[in-house]
Design a protein around this ligand. Sequence first.
Ligand SMILES: Cc1ncc(COP(=O)(O)O)c(C=O)c1O
Length: 378
Amino acid sequence: MPRPNKPKKKRKSSATSSLNFSGGPGALPQEVLEQASEAVLRAPGTNQSILGISHRSDYFKAILQEAEKIFRELLDIPADYHVLQLQGGSSLQFSMIPMLLLRGKGNAAEYLKTGYWSAKSIPEARLEGAVRVLYDGEGTGYTRLPEEGELVYDPQAAYFHYVSNETVEGLQFHYLPGLKEVKRVCDMSSDFLSRPFDIKDFCLVYAHAQKNLGPAGLTLVILKDELLKDAPNNLHSMLDYRNHAAMGSIYNTPPVYSIYVTLLIARWLRDEVGGLKKMAVLNEKKAKALYALIDRHPEFFRGHAAKKDRSQMNAVFRLPTPELDKAFLEESIAAGFYGLEGHRSLGGLRASIYNAVTEEDVNRLMEFMEGFRKKHSK
Ligand SMILES: Cc1ncc(COP(=O)(O)O)c(C=O)c1O
């Protein structure tokens, strides 16, 4: 697979566009944006725009296969797991998973309802069979995650589903919930590839691209081959993982451009960052600095999540009044920041510091926050 010319510029936080702190689509590294925009005019080694490259070409197959190879390297994925590059977003996985694992089964699936996104996944599963909710944080405003000892699991459950990082509320698991003997399924949409994890602890992991992986349009599903052995035979063909696995993720026309940009990100993570351990160190450092600022002024920056469950990807907070939240947003846009509004279901503010947000970007945001606080504190 031909590579683009090495970018001349290293990523600086003085990117020409505003700094993207949005919950998603998230920031992408400047060098990847440059390579991606060059490929729109001419894909490396071709006379064709990447947007016009056939999904049946060897060129595209090489893109897809190289992306898969790098994911396998980064996460040390064993051969008995499929790596599927699908469409339909993470929301479609809310349905495809229970179609595969719950349809026609006698035992209930177990779900944790820890925030906006896990709450969305539960009604979809209920269309396919019985669901037991082991923890429901809605009544307490999704401000914390369950403690390890608080959850009573059934070793006979059809599977166990949770969301590792609740993007809206900024809650992230810092331990592995679930039982060893029950199929563990995880929505990692907003923290996938931000830190290492052992894929062998999971039967199925899914993550859409538009946080840490690339542009919207692609959803990565990593699943254990043995799950497909008892797939029901009444699935629509596009909703049957077996078809996607058999066709190497080219069952129908895949999102060629999203997959191409995701390959660029995968290379960036491996070659520029140096892998997931290094990525985790950088992410930890950024989050620590940002939360330290929030904690220095708790009367002004009011964090949403319990400290022990804070997300290293999404820092969710409010200011003392809704008027101040509004002023913060307006002034942040004028100062060159993008996407700091909280999710529409929660309001307030959210700073999403995904992989491609640099330490320097976070420092600039913190300077802005500190300046805003001084200006507006009584
Ligand atoms: C954790 C999580 N799961 C699922 C979704 C839904 O993803 P999609 O819009 O790709 O369907 C989101 C959206 O941001 C999310 O953050």
